[in-house]
Design a protein around this ligand. Sequence first.
Ligand code: SF4
Length: 364
Amino acid sequence: MTNSHCNDRLAWQREGLPFNAFGAALRRRFGGRIQRVSIDAGFTCPNVDGAVARGGCNFCDNRSFSPSRRVRLKRVGEQLDGGITSVRRRYKQVAGFLAYFQPATNTYAPVDQLEEVFQMALRWHPDIVGLAIGTRPDCIPESVVDLTRKLAQDHYVSLELGMQTMHQPGLDWMNRAHNHEHLVNAIDRCRGQGFECCVHIILGIPGETHAMMMQTADEVARLGFDAIKLHNLYAVQGTPLGEEVASGKIQLMQQDTYVATVVDFLQRIPPTTIVERISGDAPPKYLIGPQWCLEKSTLKLQIETEFKRRGTRQGSHYRPPTLLPENRPRPADNTPASIRSQIDVRGRLPVLKMESRIESGSGG
Ligand code: SF4
């Protein structure tokens, strides 16, 4: 396996792809298939524990999050082993793995604990080539930027920020409990620090017009993210959104509208931005709707076909901003004090107790 970083971010165009697909980008970088292994390290979320709000986002099944959840080092290792084994069963040739810290807010713990759990994941198996860390844009104080930069000196590291939309009514409807300024502040402090910055977007938020979604696309382009994940709004059981969809109060986007909107969106995104996802889904037994998002390969084919029909590709309609993102000054950190007090701590652990060490017996 090679670990050389391929700087040619336009290679996808020569390969005839309609967009800068993540799998192909990883193959170029690492010389083979790279798979993510999802990890639940036991973090909670400031939108659940009351630091900024309670209840969480309306689409998020956060019933298992609680302030008493612990960073579970032993469980992290077990999840990595299990995930690697199951991926190897499915694919004959895998060049490496990314430990993907996915549920909850994975930078919301004392920074010492964050470092311990991330370093442990990187050391756990020789084929782990990097980390993906999902978090909220208001949970990235300078201490987290410093830690992420340090981890990225020797490994691929992607910090995934939930933006969802740039529009406040949509953020309020989802009960995100942060505003767009937190996102702008976070990316302006994280950009160009040696790790990848990936943005999560949701298409089909009730009340958002096509024009509003295109404004979000232009804002993503302006902010200079390295990568993007696009999701259709989908509903799972046990969430406020799930109840509203099941009762018919909320209609979700139709499949053909979603396909056209994804293509419209990606046409406005810089060609250098890596596209990590083009749809979202959930295990069938939890999914309330839409059912069409379960057919991922059909959806992908429809999106590719729509690009072909139009004779366009990612970035066709992108217009670089007059002031490039890298030339904008780094702002002061605007992490809320209630969140900062839980993260910017070294030497004592006020939020989460670290579970007993890996070598010890049973853990909670
Ligand atoms: S911020 Fe993320 S983890 Fe927290 S409630 Fe929302 S979706 Fe769930």
